[in-house]
Design a protein around this ligand. Structure first.
Ligand SMILES: [Zn+2]
Length: 350
């Protein structure tokens, strides 16, 4: 945080930089974002030495300090700094929303021009597409932004019309839609239902819907991996049904031998149970099967397009099928136009 010192002594001016920000970008090679964080951090640190202390001992990061910098006052700084100590950026935004709640914003659907994505600067993802954003307004309320297609807008209006007797508010429509989606996916993936049947307790290799439901509810829809030192994995996405006693070693699919694991921990468990070599080989074989499947699918697809092309040209269906069958082994290797030329040659030579 020597930037504060540089500014106090006006060293940046002496060196030919008009501002601390200018020095950060042109002399220290920082990105605009980094420079902005560093400068606002330096300003806050100058007025509130406690912030500097917290940066130095690692209780607060520069991004965090830049987020709260404008909100610090002589009256609130000690408490606010304590509230954000040790927190991630996302958690600090929630603390700020609690300290300085903002009102709800009205529903808005607006067109965005291509490329701009409606995104303010710095709001684009790695692929240049606008990022969706969930921003806390207060402790209990959030602002949700995202871009969508014209089809999505049409579906939204359709849903609003269907729900018009209840409410046309986006919040109400989306929440209802998400409830329906969650119900559908939890039922499909984890057997959740309003009228559950109990697990039969029988030993079977594959878990039944009742087993899946029991494990999903017992593990609270979260990866159940706990490290030897007692840290539980917090993953809630890409969850898989894992056999505690592995399937290949006699373990059954019943709920008491099941648990939810994220893909990474499922992979770890498999490697611990069977050894990395065997798992790597399995992955390699599965990939090659998928690739072969893909190639076979393309070849089949090409044959079908060839047949349709020949029939459209006026050749008899039976003849077309014969030629296509004769060329089937070549279909994987040759492009469609070459296949059509070969087929025409065969058909016209007869
Ligand atoms: Zn996990």
């Amino acid at each position: 945080m020597h930037l504060a010192l540089i500014e106090t002594r006006r060293l940046h001016l002496v060196r030919g930089y008009s501002s601390l920000y200018d020095l950060c970008v042109r002399c220290l090679g920082m990105s605009e974002g980094q420079a902005h964080r560093s400068v606002s951090g330096a300003h806050a640190a100058k007025s509130f030495p406690l912030a500097l202390e917290m940066i130095a001992d690692g209780r607060l990061h520069l991004t965090g300090l830049s987020l709260i910098a404008k909100r610090l006052t002589p009256e609130n700084h000690a408490q606010l700094l304590e509230d954000v100590a040790g927190k991630t950026k996302a958690d600090i935004l929630i603390v700020l929303a609690r300290w300085f709640p903002k009102p709800d914003v009205p529903d808005r659907v607006e067109p965005v021009s291509d490329g701009s994505g409606g995104g303010e600067q710095g709001n684009l993802g790695l692929d240049g597409a606008p990022r969706s954003r969930v921003e806390p307004l207060s402790e209990e309320r959030f602002l949700v932004h995202f871009s969508g297609s014209a089809e999505l807008k049409a579906k939204l209006e359709h849903a609003q019309n269907l729900m018009s007797h209840v409410s046309r508010k986006l919040e109400v429509v989306f929440e209802r839609a998400l409830d329906a989606l969650i119900r559908e996916l939890e039922n499909k993936q984890w057997g959740k239902t309003e009228r559950p049947r109990r697990s039969g307790g029988r030993k079977d290799r594959r878990p039944s819907r009742a087993d899946k439901r029991e494990v999903y509810e017992r593990d609270g829809a979260q990866c159940a991996y706990v490290s030897p030192s007692g840290v539980r994995c917090t993953a809630r996405a890409f969850l898989q049904y894992d056999h505690v006693d592995p399937l290949g070693k006699g373990g059954g699919g019943e709920a008491r031998n099941g648990r939810l694991l994220c893909a990474a921990h499922n992979d770890l468990h498999a490697r611990q149970a069977y050894g990395s070599e065997i798992i790597d080989e399995k992955i390699r074989r599965a990939r090659s099967r998928a690739e072969q499947g893909g190639a076979a699918q393309t070849a089949k697809d090409k044959c079908e397009r060839l047949r349709v092309a020949l029939v459209t040209m006026g050749f008899k269906k039976a003849e077309c099928c014969k030629v296509v069958a004769a060329l089937a082994t070549e279909a994987e290797r040759l492009p469609l136009d070459q296949l059509i030329r070969d087929a025409l040659l065969r058909l016209t030579q007869r």
